[in-house]
Design a protein around this ligand. Structure first.
Ligand SMILES: [Zn+2]
Length: 409
């Protein structure tokens, strides 16, 4: 017998997707929007019906607590996010919140209180589409970014996060406030893979080993404009010639670091970009990813060195933009996930997350782990994003087993 009610979970997930429903079957539910307020009401309704108590915090995270016998013990946290991309799907984020809620409701129905509180969480603004950058709720919780800095961010209409947060809180005046970043004993997050590996391998459960680290750079090569017919080759400071040497050296060396490296020059802008003018400036982007931080750092340092080495007679500036190290999830929790999948008969595999998630920040403050389920064709952040009902139920059942082991021990 399953540890959760898969039909109830699916019905509620589809009901949640009606809020912010988009024309092509997806969801547009922006952070701190009217849609998110409605989603909170619906989710809080389901939670209260099962005896879970809702609360929020200064960062607009939603917490739904199943009270344990020892209220002073650090709670088990589990969830994801309820906001979406403007043309997002029904599953990214929502499936993690709803699976956690379903698991908590099923655990509550056992009639015996857990040893410690079980807290279902919906983090504020994971997507970063209305207010950039994303993961605001989990970053505030894990003290990665201060709440004051977060409140100052504005959307395209000039509305600040602070004002939108105040509006959200005003819509729920009865909700108690938890302190920002209370201690947690562990964090579990279920999410769709957002990639094709589980589907290709015909696995149902991904035991996520960690989140791949990423660095991005903007490189500007400065040369000098000149007449293509009259300027002697020896006199030229041709920005494309320097760029070509850099790109070739970067691909040859960084691109060949090892089998796990991902090196991309994805955008190049040339000035003045005219057929008979020696180019004066090339601006290009570098996206560099690797699961091992030492390798990522070393590769990042070589990016800078190689650009400088191949710039002359032009000059170059390499500006780091994103610097997000890889994180590894807790090995003990990952083992429990793998074992729960095995015991329940779901084919599972270890998988590295290529995309970022709130769990990245939670891993800094408590043992954390993630469960992936497949999504059709590996696609996400699109309206036709899809996960099979059986896979949603499988992920929630594995989550429920690990929650039971951690909270009822
Ligand atoms: Zn997500």
């Amino acid at each position: 017998m399953s540890l959760i009610d898969g039909d109830r979970l699916w019905t509620r997930l589809m009901a949640l997707a009606e809020i912010g429903a988009a024309p092509a079957g997806g969801v547009n539910r922006q952070a701190l929007s009217e849609g998110e307020i409605l989603a909170w009401r619906r989710v809080i309704g389901w939670a209260e019906e099962a005896g879970l108590a809702p609360a929020t915090d200064a960062a607009g995270n939603l917490f739904l607590t199943l009270a344990g016998r020892d209220r002073s013990a650090a709670p088990l946290l589990t969830g994801s996010h309820l906001d979406s991309q403007p043309t997002g799907g029904k599953f990214d984020g929502a499936v993690g919140v709803m699976a956690a809620l379903e698991a908590a409701i099923s655990l509550a129905a056992r009639g015996e209180a857990p040893a410690r509180d079980v807290v279902v969480v919906a983090w504020m603004n994971e997507e970063g589409s209305r207010f950039a950058p994303g993961m605001m709720g989990s970053e505030a919780f894990a003290s990665v970014r201060s709440i004051d800095v977060i409140r100052d961010a504005r959307d395209a209409d000039g509305v600040s996060v602070g004002d939108a947060l105040d509006r959200l809180h005003a819509a729920f005046p009865e909700l108690p406030r938890k302190p920002l970043g209370f201690p947690a004993s562990a964090y579990l997050e279920l999410h769709i893979e957002q990639g094709p590996l589980l589907e290709v391998e015909t696995k149902v459960i991904g035991v996520v080993t960690g989140i791949q680290g990423k660095k991005t750079f903007q490189v500007v090569v400065e040369g000098a404009e000149g007449h293509a017919g009259t300027l002697a080759q020896a006199e030229r400071r041709d920005a494309i010639a320097s760029f070509a040497r850099m790109a070739s050296a970067l691909h040859a060396e960084i691109g060949a670091v090892d089998a796990d490296i991902k090196f991309t020059i994805g955008r190049v802008t040339i000035e003045p970009n005219a057929p008979s003018v020696v180019p004066s400036r090339v601006t290009f982007s570098i996206d560099l990813r690797h699961p091992d931080n030492a390798v990522l750092d070393a590769a990042g340092a070589r990016v800078v060195a190689l650009c400088q080495e191949h710039a002359p007679p032009c000059s170059v500036t390499v500006k780091p933009l994103v610097d997000a190290p890889s994180n590894e999830f807790d090995a003990g929790l990952s083992q429990r996930i793998a074992q729960a999948a095995r015991e329940q008969g779901f084919p599972a595999m270890s998988i590295l997350s290529a995309a970022g998630h709130d769990a990245r920040h939670l891993a800094k403050v408590c043992p954390s782990a993630m469960i992936f389920i497949p999504c059709r064709d590996g696609v996400s952040h699109v309206e036709h994003e899809w996960a099979e009902p059986a896979h949603v139920a499988a992920g929630a059942a594995v989550l429920a087993q690990v929650m039971r082991e951690l909270a009822f021990a």
